[in-house]
Design a protein around this ligand. Sequence first.
Ligand SMILES: Cc1cc2nc3c(=O)[nH]c(=O)nc-3n(C[C@H](O)[C@H](O)[C@H](O)COP(=O)(O)OP(=O)(O)OC[C@H]3O[C@@H](n4cnc5c(N)ncnc54)[C@H](O)[C@@H]3O)c2cc1C
Length: 385
Amino acid sequence: MDFCFTEEQEAFRREVRDFLDGELKAGLWEPTCDAWIQGHDPEFSKRMAGKGWIGLTWPTEYGGQGRSHIDRLILTEELLRSGAPAACHWFADRQVGGAILQSGTDELKQELLPRITRAEAFFGVSISEPGTGSDVASLQARAAEDGDYYVLNGQKTWTSCAIYAHYFYIVLRTDPDAPKHRGISEFIVDAKAPGVSLVPMVDITGTEAWNDLFLDNVRVHKKYLIGEKNRGFYQIVRQLDYERSGMERVMGNYALFDAIIRHSKETGLSNDPIIRSKLAQLQIEFDIGRLLCYRVASVMEEGKAPNRESSISKAYCTEFEKRLASVAVDVLGPYGQLTAGSKFVPVRGLGAHSYLGSKGYSLQGGTTEILKNIIATRGLGLPSE
Ligand SMILES: Cc1cc2nc3c(=O)[nH]c(=O)nc-3n(C[C@H](O)[C@H](O)[C@H](O)COP(=O)(O)OP(=O)(O)OC[C@H]3O[C@@H](n4cnc5c(N)ncnc54)[C@H](O)[C@@H]3O)c2cc1C
């Protein structure tokens, strides 16, 4: 087993790192925690597009670069390491583009994928409803056929990237009489379509990164149905594999990890054997989580769906993130509770933000219990009942 990267991969990592270092030195943004999901900066996404770094693995005929999944993981790892504000394009790049590529018509691919790669089309993901989370098949928001259109009604919740999105990826019930897994379809909906409205949700960190989304007789042309009508549930499973598979699950708070290690060295705290031990343990866990993410990318590279692998990596990595946040507030002491920057400790409120925000990591994208069910049934072949 050779754990080394190829020369080309190392060169690509250097290229990405140099680019991001240059942006940082120029003061174009400041590294933060959760930047992949809360750091919205359309201009940064445009510069990424200019480098050809959105849709990196997609076929060139749709604006992509046809590069490997390992290359994409190197790119996302460097973005997360630097805390770059990549949220505007993250969801389209990570999962919506993949869903369109997998199941969309050629017309839909031609219309949307090149625009995503040019950072002209940002997406929010809208699956959950007030009464529907883990059991996606129980969703109630409807799409009813009307000639060449569908008419959409209902409420979605926890919609990411909503105020920056040009489009939403929305999952809706298209056959209320069919068994619940067989009457669901995936749609692309223009964020400005009449009848679409948003109400911001303020989360425990005080951030408004998510929204309730209301659909009131929204008309969507049939060409914006992804794949087969009523087969959406089976398509979503693949899409969720992409959602769960990335380095953001272990590096969402890398800025904090980096800050507490530096802070411990600068203040001499790292000489305390208890603190040393806690930091060493975190480093070991981080290294394991990182390798689990590369394992997922290797499976994708083989053209397989990383179903159990992405469940293992997300379950492990999000629990690591919670432990990181907990150690961070221990190490920072009272400063860890500050929600804004302090002249004494250069962590800009990252400890408090991460401690509060990390509670949601093992819920978003599928809870740890649901992931363990997947590992048990599809990984270990245990019976589902
Ligand atoms: C920060 C954050 C961001 C999010 N972003 C998005 C987004 O962008 N788009 C979107 O559509 N949704 C988003 N969500 C919603 C998220 O997908 C749901 O919260 C998640 O799927 C859990 O659903 P729920 O909250 O309804 O909990 P429930 O499904 O009601 O679960 C409650 C508890 O019961 C457990 N449970 C449920 N079913 C089982 C079972 N079969 N076996 C064992 N245990 C079970 C769960 O693990 C959980 O502990 C986000 C959520 C959060 C917290």
